[in-house]
Write a protein that binds this ligand. Structure first.
Ligand code: NAD
Length: 504
């Protein structure tokens, strides 16, 4: 018997009624362990209605009181960290240590949201005209929705709902149907932390649920994180319905290794950045660009044995460095890309295909894979593979290496390894990428800065969390007020901004 999951609406677990469900796997064994209900439009509307009902009370709650819920939520996460991490790993497949790390990154956003009274402080200008003052405040957008991917089932929702809720909004989360339990658990913990019911609802589902969120007039803002094709659709559909939308999408992150780089540091960094979380990270390094044949030879020589010896295993094995990928289809897709790379002429230095782990023969495992002499016309280079596959694209000069990064469709993250300040400065200043690392392979901004890419990696105007998060989840209101001295009871004012005189 597989476990039946639920929605979390109005502070309670609610059984699905649509009659449609999706399978949730244990990716290490390939077993279907749970069934997730896929919501109908009516079920989604019930979640939206609950959030709409909770909105006036929550928006009127003083920011310091909202922050108190965030402080309590932080405590809840910390005391339940192992339990949440194991739940996450059981559906996602990543190692428990990796899961804990990602939850901690989400927690940093909660900690940032604890400072919401300070973050919402407005601007005030005295005497903009005779006896007239002007001030600007940021007010909640209303009911917001979040649509999240499978690869970070705790961290990505925590990029969104703590910021939105701290800003005075209510929120409907639609987690990935592949690993929905973590989002449900986080919502329960928010209620245990003192959040009034309805402020955070979780509705499980697929396209039908998403389309309802995108078109329902009650929803004011949509945050999406996922693949580029879906993100583009989310952005266009949500914007056409008059909503503000931020859609953070796919990636192909390049790491340039200059001849003067510290090679051991670069190789160490590549192992974590390319193969951690089985490469299922939007900030994973999937292309290494060594500059010069000598650098490339040294890089591949030092890297290859490390990739070969990566320990792949189920999340229950504490020695595992890398878990399985999310589904059987993902495994097939990744292996197909490797086939295509080989057929197109790349050198297969380490082959992760056909990995068979004893006792886990039906698991979705792919071993670390290293392809050398990849060229920009190959599909392994052009497309986001989202697996433990690193392509090495050799380039003759820094300019050629940078041009590759500039010309690529995606613009999420990139890194350069060098000891030369001039090169690093030119790179950081001129590259068209949202997040840039200098001798840092995965330059994920801390919670009080903002996360987001350029080009096909983000549609919308705002990155996520940090001050960009505050801006996205609030609307600016500017008040111009005249309180001249000697106002008499019953006096009538008719003031036009810019004019200094008020008749009447
Ligand atoms: P996905 O696009 O398949 O799914 C993301 C969400 O969209 C899920 O909640 C899913 O239910 C929903 N969805 C799927 N198909 C839909 C459709 N046809 N209509 C409406 N909604 C639909 O992404 P995924 O496979 O879960 O996640 C991996 C992708 O996410 C990768 O491309 C990765 O780069 C990206 N990602 C990006 C970032 C970032 O910050 N840029 C972070 C994490 C993941």
């Amino acid at each position: 018997m597989t476990e039946e999951l639920y929605h979390f609406i109005d502070g309670a677990r609610v059984k699905g009624t649509s009659g449609r469900t999706g399978d949730v796997n244990n990716p290490a064994t390939g077993e279907v362990t749970k069934q997730v209900p896929l919501a109908s439009a009516d079920e989604v509307r019930a979640a939206i209605a609950s959030s709409a009902q909770a909105l006036p009370g929550w928006a009127a709650t003083p920011p310091a009181k909202r922050a108190q819920v965030m402080f309590n939520f932080r405590d809840q996460i910390r005391s339940n960290l192992t339990e949440i991490a194991e739940l996450l790993s059981s559906e996602h497949g990543k190692t428990v240590e990796d899961a804990k790390g990602s939850i901690s990154r989400g927690l940093e956003v909660v900690e940032f949201a604890c400072g919401i009274p300070q973050l919402l402080k407005g601007e005030y200008s005295e005497n903009v005209a005779g006896g007239v003052d002007s001030y600007a405040v940021r007010q909640p957008v209303g009911v917001c929705a979040g649509i999240t991917p499978f690869n970070f089932p705790a961290m990505v929702p925590m990029w969104m709902f703590p910021m939105a809720i701290a800003c005075g909004n209510t929120f409907v989360l639609k987690p990935s149907e592949r690993d929905p339990s973590t989002g449900l658990r986080l919502a329960e913990l928010m209620v245990e932390a003192g959040l009034p019911k309805g402020v955070l609802n979780v509705v499980n589902g697929d396209k039908e649920a998403v389309d309802t969120l995108l078109t329902d007039p009650t929803v004011g803002a949509i945050s999406f994180v996922g693949s580029t094709a879906i993100g583009r659709y989310i952005y266009e559909t949500g914007a056409a319905a008059g909503k503000r939308v931020q859609a953070l999408c796919g990636a192909k992150n390049h790491m340039i290794i200059m001849p003067d780089a510290d090679m051991s540091q670069a190789v160490d960094a590549t192992i974590g950045a390319a193969f951690g979380s089985a490469g299922e990270r939007c900030m994973a390094v999937s292309v290494a660009v060594p500059v010069g044949e000598e650098t490339a030879d040294a890089f591949v020589k030092e890297l290859a044995p490390r990739v070969q010896s990566l320990k792949v295993g189920p999340y229950t094995d504490p020695a595992a460095e890398m878990g399985p990928v999310i589904t059987a289809e993902a495994k097939e897709r990744i292996e197909r890309y490797i086939d295509e790379g080989v057929a197109a002429g790349a050198d297969l230095v380490v082959d992760g295909r056909g990995l068979n782990l004893q006792g886990y023969e039906d698991g979705f495992f792919v071993g670390g894979t290293l392809l050398d002499r990849v060229t920009p016309d190959m599909s392994v280079y052009k497309d986001e593979i989202f697996g433990p596959v690193l392509s090495v694209v050799r380039q003759a000069s820094y300019e050629d290496a940078k041009q590759l990064v500039v010309d690529h469709e995606y613009g999420n993250g990139t890194a350069i390894f060098t000891r030369d300040g001039d090169t690093a400065r030119d790179f950081t200043q001129s590259v068209n990428i949202g997040m840039v690392g200098v001798n840092v392979p995965i330059p994920v901004p801390v919670a009080y800065h903002s996360f987001g890419g350029w080009k096909a990696s983000l549609f919308g105007d705002h990155s996520i969390h940090g001050m960009e998060g505050v801006r996205f989840y609030t609307k600016l209101k500017t008040v111009t007020a005249r309180w001249p001295s000697g106002i008499k009871e019953g006096a009538v004012f008719n003031f036009h901004a810019g004019s200094d005189t008020a008749p009447g």
